[in-house]
Design a protein around this ligand. Structure first.
Ligand code: ZN
Length: 278
């Protein structure tokens, strides 16, 4: 099978927003998150995008929780899933708090939110240029692969600037995040538009938040992209049914890939695709 037929399934198990009240199966504690990551690995995920919470479910950027999850996942000797830490953890953390888990624990990947935006009609998701340069420099120094999260085409323009300046390395990897209120809608038209604007030679993945998740998943597969699923983005399996688990969402994504004629990449294959060398 050719490399382009191997597609990376990323799972975002938790995020900063969904709560047990929304879906009792959202993993919140480090034990629950680690258990879900392992089950998702067994179901076909190659990358785990990690957010953490306080015991009461509120968003957190405490390094100790990231550390606990890392330790619990690595207790499974067969599990070489790539860990991808959030560097935002919601919208209210200081630069130091955002950087600390990645700096202390050096995961293979970390998110890089390439611009500021109005967030869910409620606040500003702040990513000042000085912070982005600092974050990119730190990730380069620690050999952590940035996953450049793109919420609208302006952020791609920023990414091209940072690549040209050498702040971001190439080939770059992008996560096209569609359907967050304030950003690009989760439509195939937006996906096509953003994909056309990607720097040449980049790898990319996409997901849609909410009801159009499956449109984006199938379109990304058809367009040659990688895919992301998980309760950070969708707590439902279908429009009227809650997901039983993150692994259920991964299993469906893997099945969609296989029905199309592709295969889910293993973590080792994902490292090759993304150029991760440690
Ligand atoms: Zn996230």
């Amino acid at each position: 099978m050719k490399t382009q037929d191997k597609r990376i399934i990323s799972v975002a198990t938790t995020g900063s927003y969904p709560r047990k009240e929304d879906n009792p199966n959202v993993p919140i504690t480090p034990e629950e998150i680690a258990r879900d990551i392992y089950q998702c690995y067994l179901a076909g995920a190659a990358v785990a995008h990690i957010h953490v919470r306080e015991p009461d479910g509120t968003p957190s950027m405490e390094t100790k929780y990231f550390s606990e999850i890392t330790k619990l996942v690595r207790q499974h000797e067969d599990c070489d899933i790539i860990l991808n830490f959030t560097t935002s953890g919601g919208v209210r953390w200081s630069e130091e708090q955002r950087l600390d888990p990645a700096v202390q624990l050096r995961p293979e990947m970390a998110s890089f939110d390439c611009g500021s935006m109005n967030w869910r009609h409620s606040t500003v998701f702040m990513n000042q240029p000085a912070f982005l340069e600092r974050l990119a420099g730190t990730l380069q120094e620690l050999n952590i692969k940035p996953e450049i999260e793109i919420f609208n085409s302006g952020m791609l323009s920023e990414a091209r600037y940072y690549i040209k300046k050498g702040v971001l390395g190439t080939p770059a990897h992008f996560q096209l995040c569609l359907g967050v209120p304030g950003g690009a809608d989760a439509t195939v038209k937006e996906l096509l538009h953003l994909r056309e604007l990607l720097p040449e030679g980049s790898t990319w993945s996409a997901f849609g938040v909410g009801r159009n998740a499956m449109s984006i998943l199938y379109a990304a597969i058809a367009l040659g992209g990688h895919i992301r699923v998980g309760m950070e983005d969708n707590i439902k399996l279908t429009r009227d049914k809650l997901a039983d688990s993150n692994a259920q969402l991964v299993a469906r994504a893997k099945q969609a890939l296989e029905l199309y004629g592709c295969q889910a990449a293993t973590p080792e294959e994902a490292r090759q695709i993304l150029g991760i060398h440690r």
